[in-house]
Design a protein around this ligand. Structure first.
Ligand SMILES: [Zn+2]
Length: 77
């Protein structure tokens, strides 16, 4: 997991995350193929604060959408 922020991501969620980043729009988290942020039903989360992003990270769950399935299996999309 790449982390360009000071957010302390709990160890159990780190294998499910590709990257945590921040820019002028706020804080971002990208889930790894095979996982999603269940709160939003999406693979990319954006929040205004570190606390809010952590809340979303805690909603990480396995994902079996078409996009994930093809990435996990290594097939071309
Ligand atoms: Zn998915």
């Amino acid at each position: 997991m790449k982390n360009r922020t000071k957010i302390k991501v709990p160890l159990k969620y780190q294998p499910m995350i590709e990257e945590v980043d921040k820019d002028s729009d706020g804080y971002w988290a990208y889930s790894k193929p095979g996982f999603k942020f269940a709160d939003m039903e999406c693979h990319t989360a954006r929040e205004d604060s570190q606390v809010d992003l952590l809340d979303v990270i805690r909603s990480l769950a396995p994902c079996d959408c078409k996009e994930c399935a093809s990435e996990v299996s290594g097939a071309a999309v």
